[in-house]
Design a protein around this ligand. Structure first.
Ligand code: SAH
Ligand code: SF4
Ligand code: F3S
Length: 475
């Protein structure tokens, strides 16, 4: 058993990050253990968490398991959790109640919890004390350990908690079962060193560490050869890519080299404003296959709050960057994240956020009420603002967000834009896909268009999506 420790998780040393190419192995005794057995995998977190789930699925399938959506029919249930806000926690506690009932009916059912939640001391302790029936608890640093932990459960049915609070390594060579045949996630960087005062990620994911360019470019080439149309480069601060490698290779270099491989669409998330260089903007503007879409979290419109958040920029600096991006990248769409109700956010601070929003008129924003995360600096800050007041502020902000989202979408009405058609839409009999600028479009079209980039005429727009029909085939 190994439990996490917040003091260790906070540590950052200058130690070199180890890259391992052979850490992952399946012990002989369980090579085919999953034959005729099923697993259900539930994912709660960000894109990185989603991609980790693709690795977990890859590992399970190498052991012979097949995927099953309905957990009541499964032999193994895996929860890949997120710790970013309290509601993520509540969802997992809810589902654990359901799994416990299943387990009472079927003793051989195996339950696994992974992801960011177990990296919190409080959660791993809770699982150890109150959820002894959960078989395996593993964190974000040791996904590769899953086969070994399963083998141990088969040998001896007792709870196995293996969560490490370490800076982390880079583990290459994990199997991957991708959710899509057309769009792929590609990790370029793990962890985060920004330590925004409200955020748990630097503690759950370890230090910021970049994958080697050679490994990333190899993966992108393979994806291109397999026919993938779009890749998204993933990291918590992708703009800082390469800084820790000390080889003089930057995010701008990586974008350019990736672009030259010739995959049709390249995206990247998330961009922290701090590391966004002019060079990067120039490269994005120069290459057609780097999509004109930037997610640039602002978090607050008040300098006072930004400082308490430890965001490292002022509103003036943010705006300068925003306009540089807008002016240099034609047709770019910019989205953002905003936290409402940071400890002691005054009415004036909040008005500043609305003011900046009304000036920048984002294409879209993801808005959140501040959630206290144990162990972060903000968790000890005094907060006299009621939840009711925070909810009112969120509603006011969302009205503004929706207004500009609709306005931005209206610019597309009656225009023809390329869309990568991904599959059936959830809501109706149509297909769905995204524009270059990351606008969701529902399209009336034959399923043979799935997996293609097609010119679509936009016939109607809403706040969160648009409707369209096929205009001509670009294949
Ligand atoms: N690395 C990205 C953000 C990752 S987390 C960046 O820095 O831009 C995604 C979003 O969750 C954040 O942008 C922030 O708006 C929100 N978030 C993070 N911690 C939060 C907390 N404690 N309470 C509420 N929202 C939070
Ligand atoms: Fe969290 Fe800030 Fe790191 Fe983003 S940059 S993951 S908000 S600490
Ligand atoms: Fe959640 Fe961990 Fe991602 S906390 S947002 S799954 S990095």
């Amino acid at each position: 058993m190994n439990l996490p420790n917040i003091k260790e998780a906070r540590k950052r040393t200058k130690d070199k990050v180890e890259v391992s190419y052979d850490r992952y192995q399946i012990p002989d005794s369980i090579k085919n253990v999953g034959k005729n057995k099923k697993y259900t995998l539930l994912t709660y977190g960000c894109q990185m968490n989603v991609h980790d789930s693709e690795n977990i699925a890859g590992i399970m399938e190498e052991m012979g398991y097949t995927k099953e959506e309905d957990m009541t029919k499964s032999d193994v249930i895996i929860l890949n959790t997120c710790a970013i806000r309290e509601n993520a926690h509540n969802k997992v506690v809810g589902i654990l109640g359901r799994i416990k009932k299943l387990k009472e009916e079927r003793e051989d059912l195996i339950t696994i919890i992974g992801g960011c939640m177990p990296q919190e001391e409080k959660i791993s302790n809770m699982l150890k004390e109150k959820y002894k029936w959960v078989d395996i608890v593993l964190g974000t640093h040791n996904i590769y350990d899953l086969p070994k932990l399963l083998e141990e459960v088969f040998n001896e049915r007792k709870q196995n908690i293996e969560v490490y609070s370490i800076e982390g390594e880079i583990i290459e060579g994990l199997p991957v079962k991708r959710d899509s045949k057309y769009k792929a996630w590609v990790n370029i960087q793990y962890g985060c060193d920004k330590f925004c005062s409200y955020c748990i990620v630097p503690y759950t994911r370890g230090k910021q560490r970049s994958r080697l360019p050679i490994d990333i470019l190899k993966e992108v080439k393979e994806l291109k050869e397999k026919g993938y149309k779009e890749i998204t480069l993933l990291g918590q601060n992708v703009n800082a890519y390469g800084k820790d490698l000390d080889i003089g290779y930057t995010m701008a270099n990586l974008l350019e080299d990736t672009s030259k491989i010739g995959i049709e669409r390249i995206r990247f998330v998330t961009s922290h404003p701090w590391d966004f260089t002019d060079e990067m903007i120039d490269i994005i503007a120069k290459y057609d296959n780097i999509m004109p879409y930037i997610h640039l979290p602002i978090q607050s419109g008040s300098d006072n709050i930004l400082k308490k958040m430890n965001r490292r920029y002022t509103i003036e600096e943010y705006k300068e960057l925003y306009y540089k991006i807008k002016n240099k990248i034609p047709g770019v769409s910019i989205t953002t994240d905003i936290i409402v109700g940071f400890p002691n956010e005054t009415k004036e601070d909040f008005e500043e956020t609305l003011k900046v929003y009304n000036e920048l008129k984002y294409d879209l924003a993801y808005t959140f009420i501040y959630s206290k995360r144990e162990g972060t600096p903000a968790s000890t800050m005094e907060d006299s603002i009621s939840l009711e007041e925070k909810e009112k502020r969120l509603q006011r902000l969302n009205k503004v967000v929706n207004k500009y989202a609709k306005e931005a979408n209206l610019k597309y009405l009656n225009k023809v834009v390329p869309v990568l058609i991904e599959g059936p839409s959830d809501k109706n009999n149509k297909l769905m896909g995204y524009t270059d600028t990351m606008k969701l479009v529902n399209i009336e079209a034959d399923p043979s268009y799935i997996g293609k980039i097609v010119d679509v005429l936009i016939t109607d727009v809403k706040t969160w999506s648009m409707e369209g029909v096929i205009n001509s085939d670009r294949k």
